[in-house]
Design a protein around this ligand. Structure first.
Ligand SMILES: Cc1cc2nc3c(=O)[nH]c(=O)nc-3n(C[C@H](O)[C@H](O)[C@H](O)COP(=O)(O)OP(=O)(O)OC[C@H]3O[C@@H](n4cnc5c(N)ncnc54)[C@H](O)[C@@H]3O)c2cc1C
Length: 279
């Protein structure tokens, strides 16, 4: 089935530092009202201008998407010196009243093009956006108890998932951040337990998940963050804690020492096949 993946421009309305290493950028955009859906964990790609450009050059506005590729071919057809840097992000919130969309950017280390753009962003700056689209939605596994585990890049998605849980649901968050100043508060109707893992204290996300209490039955997990850590978490939950594979939704958000411009590794490809197979 051929689906249209919307390509649009968004404009910075406001920039707010919500923790020392997390920047919330609020965007306006003519297409936002028609693009935003009432579901958690909406993912899209943001496109950032190359040096010397004020506005990124984007693939055609209606590039078609046969589960992923036509718009990407159009993107690759842009000559490299003009092709925007493209990185994946999560819609942290959308307010239909004001028409504004918030995206939280982790300010990691020296960063890449996305982080550098975010650090320098101010009102009026323009980025491109590809998606979001329900074609890429990965529904949460149904569960009486949901475990969410990941690093700072996963906090925006976790925030939207927690906000969508009904009263009576139970959730445990294990979140790895640089230090105590990076902790955030989550709004949720669910009964929530949060375990913060501080890198500056030498703590490990895998250890936190290992010691998280889960019910014998009816548990599910949502994992995101650095790809190697996500793989290790998934292995632990499936092989040592006995969660069915179908109850673990997982996504490698970034790869150590690699950017999103780098080709997938053999391990990435094997993993992608497993995800697509729903194994
Ligand atoms: C579906 C999806 C949703 C995402 N949502 C968000 C979101 O809402 N907010 C958000 O901040 N990120 C999010 N990410 C992660 C984000 O796309 C990556 O972190 C991206 O690499 C950042 O781009 P960059 O240009 O700053 O760095 P890149 O140029 O891609 O990488 C430069 C260097 O930084 C390292 N690096 C990249 N990301 C991180 C990180 N988070 N921490 C430490 N080192 C890193 C890389 O290993 C590389 O060495 C999401 C990713 C996916 C796939």
């Amino acid at each position: 089935m051929v689906r249209t993946l919307a390509v649009s421009y968004v404009r910075v309305a406001d920039v707010e530092r919500i923790t020392p290493r997390m920047l919330r950028i609020t965007f306006s955009g003519d297409a936002l009202a028609s693009l935003m859906e009432d579901r958690p964990d909406q993912q899209m790609k943001l496109c950032f201008p190359r040096p010397g450009q004020r506005v990124p050059r984007l693939p055609g506005p209606d590039a078609e998407d046969a589960y992923g590729m036509r718009w990407y071919e159009a993107y690759l057809a842009i000559p490299e010196p003009e092709r925007p840097f493209m990185r994946s992000f999560t819609v942290r919130s959308y307010d239909p009243g004001s028409g504004l969309m918030a995206v939280d950017f982790v300010l990691h280390g020296e960063g890449g093009p996305a982080t550098r753009w975010a650090r320098a962003a101010g009102p009026g700056d323009v980025a491109g956006m590809v998606g979001p689209s329900s074609a890429y939605a990965r529904p949460l596994p149904g569960a009486g108890h949901l475990l969410l585990a990941g690093d700072a890049s996963a906090l925006p998605a976790m925030g939207t998932i927690l906000a969508s849980l009904p009263a009576g649901a139970r959730a445990t968050v294990c979140a790895e951040v640089a230090d105590a100043a990076e902790e955030q508060r989550f709004d949720t109707a669910a009964e929530l337990t949060v375990r913060w893992v501080h890198r500056d204290a030498g703590a490990s996300l895998l250890d936190a998940v290992r010691s998280a209490a889960l019910p014998g039955e009816g548990a599910a997990a949502w994992l995101a963050g650095e790809a190697g850590t996500v793989r290790a978490l998934r292995r632990h939950l499936v092989e040592e804690r006995g969660l069915p594979r179908s109850a673990v939704e997982f996504s490698g958000y970034w790869r150590r020492a690699l950017t999103q411009d780098d080709a997938p590794t053999e391990e990435d490809l094997a993993w992608a096949r497993e995800r697509t197979a729903g194994a």
